[in-house]
Design a protein around this ligand. Structure first.
Ligand code: NAP
Length: 317
């Protein structure tokens, strides 16, 4: 039986792996379909402490992984189909595609969150044909073309600015008059001459011809008037959903699906099961906060396995 299994390899999971490997807990880390998490889809990270000139997201994640491996952390690729936490105490069992059943004394959930979709006609069937959730991955394909970015948060501003490197015009569509993004990100987008705006408009349909996106139909929230924006690409930047489906509701979550943890710890509603990073954080969602909670989860799991847990908070969640 494993002492500790970590699910997910974003900054939270990798920080937990570094701490647990250094503590000689021989952690097993299971990597899902997007090793490295959301930071592998971003370009420059300017706000992770310690990097004066910034650092590229994929490089930061690669370094964290190598740091964990240096201390003996074991990485395996696999998809967790289900977990059995029904006893409420270890051993916990994981069914992992490609790896079979794994038993563990403690579990750290750091599975992050995935991109939200609009659920409008034409959207899903045109993913990869002009609809994208990752400007960093797909921006290159839109050199000299016109693209639309949907959303009013930091991601939308960042993606729009990034896309101006390739696209001839970037049009931001946001459902309200005011933007959610931080002032500095808003200002960068507003000062960029390649960026144009449709505010207070709701996207209602993705239009395509011969398997290629041709436009986005939007509706004015005040007048109800509909219009079509001609475009070659549509980038969704409307936030993320926590990845918790495999838990099958065995761990308590809030109404939006984020795992509930006892404030000031990473303890979930199940003893010996800990959550860190974006899967339990709908508020801060930063690489550094994810890394911080990853460290907390490692210390919580180590104390639990060694029988030194000070409090069993799971009972009061
Ligand atoms: P977010 O802050 O939740 O913003 C999502 C945006 O999408 C909002 O403007 C929201 O509109 C809109 N939206 C949501 N659902 C929609 C729907 N169904 N239809 C149309 N519009 C919809 O998400 P985010 O921008 O991904 O940022 C997440 C976190 O990461 C934030 O804390 C952010 O600060 C951080 N972040 C930081 C950086 C950076 O510092 N470099 C970069 C990216 C992200 P409303 O405003 O009307 O709700």
């Amino acid at each position: 039986m494993r002492k500790v299994v970590i699910l997910g390899t974003g900054p939270a999971g990798l920080t937990a792996a570094i701490y647990l490997a250094r503590a000689d807990m021989q952690p097993l880390i299971i990597e899902g379909s997007q090793p490295g998490g959301q930071l592998t889809m971003t370009t420059e990270v300017e706000n992770f402490p310690g990097f004066i000139e910034g650092v590229m997201g994929p490089e930061l994640m690669d370094n964290m992984r190598k740091q964990a491996e240096r201390f003996g952390a074991e990485f395996k690729r696999g998809w967790v189909n289900s977990v059995d936490l029904s006893n409420g105490k270890p051993p916990y069992r994981l069914q992992v595609e490609g790896l079979g059943e794994i038993e563990t004394q403690s579990l750290i959930i750091s599975t992050g969150a995935s991109a939200k979709m609009l659920n409008i006609p034409g959207e899903k069937e045109n993913i990869g044909r002009g609809v994208s959730t990752c400007a960093t991955c797909d921006g290159f394909f839109f050199r000299g073309k016109k693209v639309v970015v949907i959303g009013g948060g930091d991601s939308a501003m960042e993606e729009a600015n990034f896309l101006t490197k390739f696209a001839s015009e970037v049009h931001i569509v946001h459902r309200r008059e005011t933007l959610r993004a931080s002032k500095i990100m808003q200002n960068r987008a507003k000062q960029n001459e390649k960026i144009t705006w449709s505010l207070n408009k709701t996207p209602i349909e993705v239009l395509a011809k011969e398997n290629k996106v041709t436009g986005l139909k939007i509706k004015d929230n005040e007048t109800g008037e509909e219009e079509i924006i001609e475009t070659d690409g549509i980038f969704l930047a409307i936030g993320h959903l926590p990845s918790t489906a495999f838990l099958n509701q065995q761990v308590k979550t809030d109404q939006t699906g984020y795992i509930s943890v006892k404030p000031g710890s990473t303890q979930t509603s199940v003893t010996g099961v800990f959550a860190c990073g974006d899967v339990q954080d709908s508020k801060y969602r930063q690489a550094i906060t994810a890394a911080g909670t990853g460290c907390m989860a490692a210390l919580d799991a180590e104390r639990f396995v060694e029988g030194n847990a000070v409090h069993d908070w799971s009972q009061s969640l």
